[in-house]
Structure formats: C-alpha cells, structure tokens
Design a protein around this ligand. Structure first.
Ligand code: GLP
Length: 241
C-alpha cells in the first residue's frame, strides 16, 4: 500500500490525474476503471485540462464505470451515465464504443451483469481502477454486508448511502433504492487501484480501510490485500491514520 496525504483537494486531484496520465502515456490502450461521486470530479477536470493542452491522448483508451443507479434514465442529471458524459467523456477523445457503464434499467438480469463482467475480461481486464469511498466504507456500490459479491451484481442501497447521496437529489425519496455495481472481485483484479478520499466525513472510513481489520462490514478494507493499492487522501480524510 502506498499512501499520499495531500495538502488539499486541488493537490489530491492533480496527483490522481498525474497517475492516470502516466498510465495512459506508458500504455496507450489502457483499460481504466472509473468512478463517480463528487471526489473524482477534480481529477476529471485536470485530465480535461491536460487533454486540452495536448499532453494526453485517450484515443486508444477503454473505460469501465463501477456502477449505476437502477431506474434513472441515462439522461437524468443524477444518473452516472449523465455524470460521466457531462464531467468527462464529452471533453476528451475516448472513442464512444470504448466507453462502458453498467446499464441502469430496473429489470437488470443476471445475464446483464454477466455480460458486463465478460466485456471487462474481453478487454483484457482493468489496468488502473479509480475509486471513491462511501462514508460507510463502500466502494463502487459494494455495501457493508455479511457477504460480498465478487462479480457485477444488483444491490440494495443502504440507508446510510441513500442519506449521503440524497444531497444530489431534491429529496431523499428520489434517491434510487437499487444500483448495479462491479463486485469486489472485479475491483480487486485490477492491476492497480487508486482510492481517492477527501474531507472529514471520510476520515473514519479511511482509518478502517487502512488500519482496520479486513471485514465485509468495511468493503474498502479488502484493498489492504491488493498488491498495488494507492490511497490519495487530503489531510482531513487522512486525519485518523
Ligand atoms: C457513491 C458511488 C461511489 C462513491 C461514493 C462517494 O455512492 N457509488 O462510487 O465513491 O458515492 O461519493 P463522494 O465522492 O461524492 O463522497
């Protein structure tokens, strides 16, 4: 595990963008695993700036997003499809056929989940996975539970996650109750994993992730077992480590 504690959110975002950019420069056809949420927004912004400055080329890159809410239209402003296009994809040159986001329709079947997983395998697996973290230690939408799923699956969101994510919706009742997410195995099989954490609301989860026991009650704690796990946290998120 490598830990970078950065002065502030801007520096955290710059560090993350620098690692993504180095990866893409070293391997033009990199397969990126991408995350949503407020934390990676700064990183996407920096990557767009690098692209505009001509210092990064995404033309051979393939992407797989971690998760999506069920029941939101792809053009609903809170869907992760909308987020990814409006905060990143619309501004860089990743070919549209190389972009993958789990489908958010309500009738997702085991086959839909399996197909997503199969596409990752067919692409050669994920080279670099970006993660954020929920206040309860979730990654993607792998919620604390007695058992965790290894592969892409449909999940019921926890009350904590619904409440934390309600800030993006006009009221809590509008937050979808279910999501589709890459599983723990899909994440752990990535060659390299970067976890971004910002703000004091994440400090407890980061303490448990880095120093706590490995437990399904803190899904991010499994990252301790990853051979190339990089944590980039700002001072507030790193306060207890
Ligand atoms: C959502 C996403 C996660 C993300 C988390 C934290 O629940 N499914 O992938 O890491 O939110 O979001 P934020 O960065 O906004 O705190």
């Amino acid at each position: 595990m490598k830990i970078y504690v950065m002065e502030d959110y801007q520096k955290l975002s710059a560090k993350a963008a620098q690692i993504v950019s180095s990866q893409v420069t070293l391997k033009n056809n990199t397969v990126l695993g991408l995350a949503t949420g407020s934390t990676p927004e700064g990183m996407y912004q920096k990557l767009i700036e690098m692209y505009d400055a001509g210092s990064i080329d995404f033309s051979e890159v393939t992407t797989f997003n971690l998760d999506e809410y069920l029941g939101l239209d792809p053009d609903h402003p809170q869907s992760y499809h909308y987020y990814m296009h409006h905060k990143f994809f619309n501004y860089v040159n990743i070919p549209s056929q190389n972009i993958h986001i789990p489908p958010g329709q309500e009738n997702n079947t085991a086959e839909t989940c399996h197909n997503y997983e199969q596409k990752i395998v067919n692409a050669g697996g994920i080279d670099l996975q970006i993660l954020g973290i929920g206040v309860n230690g979730h990654i993607g939408f792998n919620e604390p539970a007695k058992y965790l799923n290894t592969q892409t699956h449909v999940v019921n969101l926890s009350a904590e996650t619904i409440s934390a994510n309600s800030r993006f919706f006009s009221k809590e009742s509008e937050v979808p109750r279910q999501a589709i997410t890459m599983g723990m195995g899909s994440i752990m099989q990535a060659q390299k994993v970067i976890l971004l954490a910002s703000g004091k609301s994440k400090a407890e989860a980061i303490k448990e992730t880095v120093n706590g026991k490995i437990t399904t009650e803190v899904p991010a704690s499994f990252l301790q077992l990853h051979h190339e796990f990089i944590l980039i946290a700002d001072k507030e998120a790193a306060a207890y480590i």
